[in-house]
Design a protein around this ligand. Structure first.
Ligand code: B12
Length: 215
């Protein structure tokens, strides 16, 4: 019988081996053994992805490695998603969150995790994807009567677009009827305060906790 620790170790190894099959296998083993999919994502896949990021920064890994690592992570998460969504389907809707990775930025893994965790927590999530034009957030907020507009930025060069998002929401007259939430590795509480965003989420759990408190 494989233990939870062994399965989480396998999930980590799969990312650092850039192995999609191994990641999917670890995810399935986790589900079969009754491991909480949230633990598998946070303590397994995410930890390893951050480690890959550190190695990239240290010059030990290159961009193709990161692409392969993120593909492995996606393969693992795809196996877990139905189980995660089934959990979410049991709860009633607390509010509507429009979310996306900001214009110019294609990093989607963290945003996907936040979106999934919010669904599990009982929020209706409208995921606009990545490299989302500022206007598209505004339109989606109006169309869906959103309670929250969440943007993810993974680069110092794209986080500035979160300022534009604040401005465009004001111009469109919807800023007062939504809460804005920002996140992503370079984003901080200070940044959120500086640009006038309502909520800063350090990670997916933090985002869920803060929205639960609010709704
Ligand atoms: C994986 C990765 C990629 C993958 C992305 C795959 C994908 N589908 O997402 C690929 C290989 C495609 C990629 C491409 C690039 N990347 Co890259 N990438 C990374 C890496 C290693 C990890 C990011 C990641 O997925 N982390 C794991 C997730 C789980 O963590 P996370 O994203 O931080 O999300 C968590 C929290 O931040 C938070 N969160 C995230 N979003 C949100 C949103 C809300 C609303 C809330 C509340 C919370 C929240 O919750 C999440 C879950 O806990 C980072 C390094 C790093 N340390 O971040 C570099 C990094 C972000 N990349 C970088 C760069 C430069 C690039 C490229 C420009 C490289 C190039 N030369 O082409 C391109 C980007 C092109 C573009 N226009 O966007 C730089 C950015 C530097 C900067 N300017 O700030 C980094 C920091 C690496 C580095 N040190 O150089 N990258």
């Amino acid at each position: 019988m494989t233990t939870k620790e062994e399965i989480i170790a396998k999930a980590k190894a799969a990312i650092l081996d850039f192995d999609e099959d191994e990641a999917a296998e670890a995810a399935q083993e986790g589900l079969d053994a009754g491991v909480d999919p949230v633990d598998l994502i946070q303590d397994g896949f995410t930890v390893a992805m951050n480690e890959a990021g550190n190695k990239f920064e240290a010059g030990e890994l290159f961009l193709p490695h990161l692409i392969a690592a993120s593909e492995a992570m996606t393969a693992g998460i795809n196996v877990l998603t139905p189980a995660l969504e089934a959990k979410g389907a049991e709860t009633e809707t607390k509010g509507t969150v429009v979310i996306g990775t900001i214009e110019g930025d294609i990093h989607s893994i963290g945003k996907d995790i936040v979106a999934t965790m919010l669904k599990i927590a009982g929020f209706k999530v409208v995921d606009l994807g990545r490299d989302v034009a500022i206007g598209a957030y505004v339109e989606a907020a109006k169309e869906n009567n959103a309670d929250v507009v969440g943007s993810s930025a993974l680069m110092t060069t794209t986080m500035v677009a979160q300022i534009q998002l604040e401005e465009k929401l004001k111009e469109a007259g919807v800023r007062d009827s939504v809460k804005t939430m920002v996140g992503g590795a370079p984003v901080t509480k200070d940044w959120a305060d500086k640009i006038g965003a309502d909520i800063y989420g350090e990670n997916a759990n933090d985002a869920v906790t803060k929205l639960n408190e609010m709704f």
